[in-house]
Design a protein around this ligand. Structure first.
Ligand code: NI
Length: 188
């Protein structure tokens, strides 16, 4: 096990599409070891998701670990630690809602991003078994954020109003500087 360095915005790997894993790779010791490192890294840095490119491994692999309950994102549903290889998203309903997103590769910042809130996720687990999940609300946002990393996309690319890209400290103090989005429950 090892905590790896999370690369930050500006590193070219974060802007490259990651390559798919072959079925042979998905069951391999190398990928199992990479996932162990990703879990150690996510838990060390603190966060709810990590994509392999964030530790400079440009493959289509991501993990999500959402404790659920009250959080800085409001009351969220739990998603136990899960691994997704070669994930794909199908949007089931184009209606969007926004959250103040953050990213371990863009430390210290938060930004308001609107995304579809009803999606279907298809992927493969580490045993090569298919995974199919239907997600709504905040969970739908989290999965889209993580899987965007596999296409070289960061949440800041999706901020419509750049006044809503702020430092975390100022966000905790002032909330939305434009006053158009209600502050989150724990930030009132
Ligand atoms: Ni991120």
């Amino acid at each position: 096990m090892a905590v790896r360095k999370i690369i930050r915005m500006g590193h070219p790997t974060l802007r490259q599409p990651a390559r798919p894993l072959t079925p042979e790779e998905i069951g391999s010791d190398e990928i199992a070891a990479l996932v162990e490192d990703m879990v150690d890294t996510l838990h060390d840095y603190g966060g709810i998701g990590l994509a392999a490119p964030q530790i400079d491994e440009p493959v289509r692999l991501a993990i999500i670990d959402m404790p659920g309950g009250e959080s800085r994102y409001g009351d969220i549903e739990a998603m136990p630690l899960s691994v997704f290889a070669n994930p794909q998203i199908e949007v089931l309903d184009e209606r969007r809602a926004g959250y103040w997103e953050g990213c371990l590769s863009v430390p210290g910042l938060r930004g308001f991003v609107e995304r579809p809130q009803h999606i279907q996720v298809s992927a493969t687990d580490l045993d090569g078994e298919p995974i199919s999940l239907t997600l709504q609300g905040f969970a739908a946002t989290v999965f889209q954020h993580e899987f965007d990393h596999l296409d070289g996309r960061l949440y800041i690319d999706l901020i419509d109003d750049t006044r809503k890209l702020v430092f975390e400290d100022e966000f905790a103090r002032y909330g939305d500087p434009t006053g158009t989005d209600a502050p989150l429950p724990d930030q009132r």
